[in-house]
Design a protein around this ligand. Structure first.
Ligand SMILES: Cc1ncc(COP(=O)(O)O)c(C=O)c1O
Length: 413
């Protein structure tokens, strides 16, 4: 039986859901990255690192909702913080205490953040950071690295967008040459220190240092998109790499499982948002900005994500990456394993993976069979072959994942 046949036989309720959902929603869903053929499994509930789908299949979750959930589902302290805030009200026409608490936590935690503001998503955080950079520099264009994903705003998606300049990833010389050529028009350089959507590909420290040096010299605002990478060190990827940006965008983990984004950085840039001295240079209204329930969930989550906890998670991540490589090698299936800290990526390719172009050379059909195979074995990873560890995961769950990988590889060489 093929992996797809197995999958179909395990998920008839999800199949029925999609048949109906397609009548109301294009493709049957509202989040394009979650789609995979023949249809995505519909998820019903979760606790810790365990999920149950609509058919009652039990799954070990190695996604944490694609790096959102640092502590898995229904973490008690996070749930308590949410409940306590909900009892006071879900949103207000004025500032709230959770905003001050999370802002203080982030500014004390992330070295480059002198001031911060809250949005509803990582997408909005990036949009606002870019607006600030444009106003601050008086320039229009934005540069990003190939393979970087920064949400769904028009500014950062199209490769043909006339105001978007694409730089090669993990190639300091190539990137700096383009920055120098375009500098007079470039407001910002947007960098994802670990390229999550490209397949959890960490950038080289030397590349980040070169980009920092060039942007400082050329007056370009360096923006780190740490929506995914914040979790790799207490103070984020900037602390891990020892490279400090001018601005930083956050999301996912900072909302503790509820919608939240944040952006911040240098005080002189962030003061563009200050309305206390007259109309702000960059307005930032929004009915749900700094939603107190999300802020409370985010603070509870980050308070549990201490230096020690991150160190333990990262050790588990390092062990998983080396054991995954061994499992593929022993099965005789070429693979490159990428990642950093609690992030990992599996690429069905025999070369090293340092850029999205390397990742694209992988065997997509085999990757998909492995993904469905793991689902059939009760393990959920991202359909793109990447995953994230949460603190709800321990040695036993890592063993289960490795065992599932070995079983699936033995069926799909
Ligand atoms: C690096 C990065 N930036 C920005 C975003 C956008 O965040 P959101 O999905 O909250 O809009 C994502 C989402 O996956 C991301 O991975």
């Amino acid at each position: 039986m093929s992996e797809e046949q197995r999958y179909r036989s395990r998920t008839p309720a999800s199949a029925r859901y999609f048949e109906e959902a397609r009548r109301y929603l294009p493709g049957g869903d509202s989040r394009s990255t979650l789609f995979y053929p023949p249809y995505p499994a519909v998820l019903d509930r979760g606790e810790g690192c365990r999920l149950v789908d609509l058919d009652g299949n039990r799954l070990l979750d190695f996604t944490g909702n694609h790096s959102v959930l640092a502590h898995g589902y229904l973490e008690p302290a996070v749930m308590l913080a949410i409940r306590r805030q909900l009892e006071r009200g879900s949103c207000f026409p004025g500032p709230t205490e959770p905003q001050l608490r999370l802002a203080r936590h982030l500014v004390e935690r992330v070295g480059s953040l002198e001031r911060v503001r809250f949005t509803n998503s990582g997408t909005e955080a990036v949009m606002m950071a870019l607006r600030a950079a444009r106003t601050f520099t008086g320039r229009r264009k934005v540069a990003k690295l190939e393979g970087g994903y920064h949400g769904t705003s028009e500014d950062v998606t199209g490769t043909t967008h006339p105001e978007l300049v694409l730089l090669p990833a993990n190639d300091a010389g190539g990137a700096v040459a383009i920055l120098e050529r375009e500098a007079r028009e470039l407001a910002a350089l947007l960098v994802e220190p670990v390229q999550g959507s490209a397949g959890m590909i960490p950038l080289d420290a030397g590349v980040l240092r070169a980009l920092r040096e060039a942007t400082r010299r050329l007056g370009i605002v360096l923006v780190f998109d740490e929506v995914v990478s914040l979790r790799i060190a207490y103070g984020g990827a900037e602390e891990h790499y020892g490279v400090s940006p001018d601005m930083t965008c956050l999301g996912k983990v900072v909302g503790g499982g509820l919608p939240l984004g944040a952006f911040g950085g240098r005080e002189d840039i962030m003061s563009l948002f200050d309305p206390s001295l007259g109309p702000p240079a960059v307005p930032h209204p929004g009915s749900y900005n700094a939603n107190p329930v999300s802020l409370a969930a985010g603070l509870a989550t980050l308070e549990l994500l201490t230096r020690d906890v991150i160190e333990r998670l990262n050790l588990l991540g390092a062990r998983l990456r080396s054991e995954l490589k061994r499992a593929f090698d022993e099965a005789g299936v070429p693979a490159a394993i990428t990642g950093l800290g609690s992030l990992f990526g599996i690429h069905a390719t025999d070369g090293p993976v340092r850029t999205i172009r390397d990742a694209a050379r992988g065997n997509a059909e085999l990757r998909h069979r492995i993904f469905l195979g793991l689902y059939n074995e009760g393990v959920l990873v991202d359909p793109r072959g990447v995953g994230t560890l949460s603190t709800a995961i321990g040695e036993a769950e890592i063993e289960r994942l490795l065992e599932a990988v070995r079983t699936v590889l033995s069926r799909n060489r």
